[in-house]
Design a protein around this ligand. Structure first.
Ligand SMILES: C[S@@+](CC[C@H](N)C(=O)[O-])C[C@H]1O[C@@H](n2cnc3c(N)ncnc32)[C@H](O)[C@@H]1O
Length: 230
């Protein structure tokens, strides 16, 4: 994925300039300025930490809406955990679509975490690594059984295998049987290969209106598996 992004680097101006021109004529000025600031911030983080950021621009509103829909209707009082919120497209969609939902966002990049706190002061944003999920929830006073689902923007495909294994192990410790982890990927084939057998993978929806087009998938802990299976 990252390799392909790098190959596309030299073509970015050819794509970005017409897109920016079209966007400026379609959007109001404050909306356009916000979108451009977001894009520049995201691109800067991608250049500094390509593998951890995993995308050149943040997800579209349409993808964000589909990700939240895939969570279903969480039980009242339960908690949704968001991993890798970045500049917050899924965070905003969660607030819009599930306004009364308890929600904790865990972001590794301190600049994104700070930005999200400023933009969404009502959201509990924790700076930390998804591989430490059980400890982070413990410190936040959230029991695993309160977690109704996880929504993740983590670029799992571009992570080193050890980090990925640590994250899947952490997820298996927190997710009860049946609770969804909603994830998106740009390559379903690669994602299937790296998904450990401890999880079942259900392709949910393909979203073309995202750059690049993305597949929403739902992972669940397989019936027979315990966290040690990962
Ligand atoms: C592909 S971006 C997705 C951002 C946003 N959810 C979106 O869809 O636009 C991946 C995000 O995961 C964050 N991230 C990377 N590694 C992480 C980790 N180990 N724990 C938590 N967040 C992480 C990155 O900083 C980045 O914000």
């Amino acid at each position: 994925m990252i390799g392909r992004m790098r190959q596309l680097d030299h073509r970015l101006p050819q794509v970005a300039v017409p897109m920016a021109t079209a966007a400026s004529s379609l959007l109001s000025k404050p909306c356009y300025d916000y979108m451009m600031r977001n894009t520049v911030r995201f691109l800067r983080e991608f250049v500094c930490h390509p593998k951890r950021t995993g995308a050149v621009i943040s997800s579209s509103k349409i993808l964000a809406k589909a990700m939240v829909q895939a969570l279903g209707q969480p039980a009242p009082g339960s908690v949704i955990v968001e991993l890798g919120p970045g500049t917050g497209p899924f965070t905003r969609a969660l607030h819009r679509q599930l306004p009364d939902q308890r929600h904790i966002a865990i972001e590794h990049n301190g600049r994104f975490a700070e930005l999200l706190r400023q933009r969404m002061p009502n959201t509990s944003v924790i700076e930390g690594c998804a591989s430490q999920l059980p400890k982070i929830l413990d410190a936040a006073g959230v029991a695993s059984k309160e977690v109704a689902g996880i929504i993740s923007g983590l670029p799992l495909i571009s992570f080193p295998p050890t980090l990925r294994t640590d994250i899947f192990t952490a997820l298996a410790q927190v997710l009860g049987h049946g609770q969804p982890m909603v994830q998106f990927t740009y390559s379903l084939r690669c994602f299937r290969r790296l998904c450990p057998p401890a999880f079942t993978l259900e392709p949910h929806r393909r979203i073309l209106l995202n750059c690049p087009p993305a597949q929403v998938v739902i992972l669940r802990l397989a019936e027979a598996c315990q966290p040690a299976c990962v």
